[in-house]
Design a binder for this molecule. Structure first.
Ligand SMILES: [Mg+2]
Length: 211
């Protein structure tokens, strides 16, 4: 029997991307960290980075000079819950868009792989992709509004992992990894039994993972 596949985003879902970036941005901007609101939107414009060169410049500094992807903390309980899901036979397919910036790919990839090992995060597949639905999964978990909306438009069942960037997006939604675990187990149950409840038959057609 085929495995149930979850497509797992990293930044803002498994790794505390915004917490790590906040510390690095404070140094980069020469400001106390408390002056940077933790309630950011995607792109971090609340921190006033535009006049210092903008997001891409901060991102490059964070990855190449401060090991962003190696040093960030995991989101609470994410590694442990992923280990539980994996031990139940669920296939974890990590899908991340960390290569969006040129000339820092080696650092991005090596830091990512080392970080996944450092926190004993299990995975079968590691996909560096923007077009997340192209690799296929039975259910996705992501935090970025554009990704979630694009996945859903293409018929992919997608769980929102809550942070300040996505509060306006409709559910299914997980505020914690315990809630994510429950939603993922419900989705697998629907897949196993051929029923549709959590995501509704009206919005999604079939269970083809595209894999
Ligand atoms: Mg993300």
């Amino acid at each position: 029997m085929d495995s149930f596949i979850i497509g797992v985003d990293l930044d803002g879902v498994v790794g505390d991307f915004y917490g790590a970036m906040r510390n690095i941005a404070a140094e980069w901007l020469g400001r106390p960290v408390e002056s940077l609101t933790p309630r950011v939107s995607f792109g971090l414009e609340e921190w006033g980075i535009a006049e210092y060169g903008g997001y891409e410049r901060l991102h490059r500094f964070a990855v190449t000079q401060r090991n962003l992807f190696l040093d960030m903390e995991p989101v609470r309980d994410a590694p442990a819950v992923l280990r539980k899901l994996s031990s139940r036979g669920i296939r974890i397919r990590i899908i991340t868009h960390r290569l969006f910036l040129k000339y820092s790919h080696r650092a991005s990839i090596t830091q990512t792989v080392d970080w996944l090992d450092k926190y004993d995060i299990p995975y079968w597949d590691l996909c560096f992709m923007n077009d997340k639905d192209a690799v296929g999964a039975h259910v996705y978990i992501d935090d970025t509004p554009d990704n979630i909306q694009r996945l859903r438009q293409r018929g992919c069942r997608t769980i929102v992992f809550t942070n300040s960037t996505n509060l306006g997006i409709s559910g299914p939604r997980a505020d914690t990894w315990q809630q994510a675990e429950q939603l993922i187990m419900e989705a697998r149950e629907e897949w196993t039994t051929g029923t549709l409840g959590l995501f509704g038959a009206a919005d999604y057609s079939g269970w083809d993972s595209g894999a």
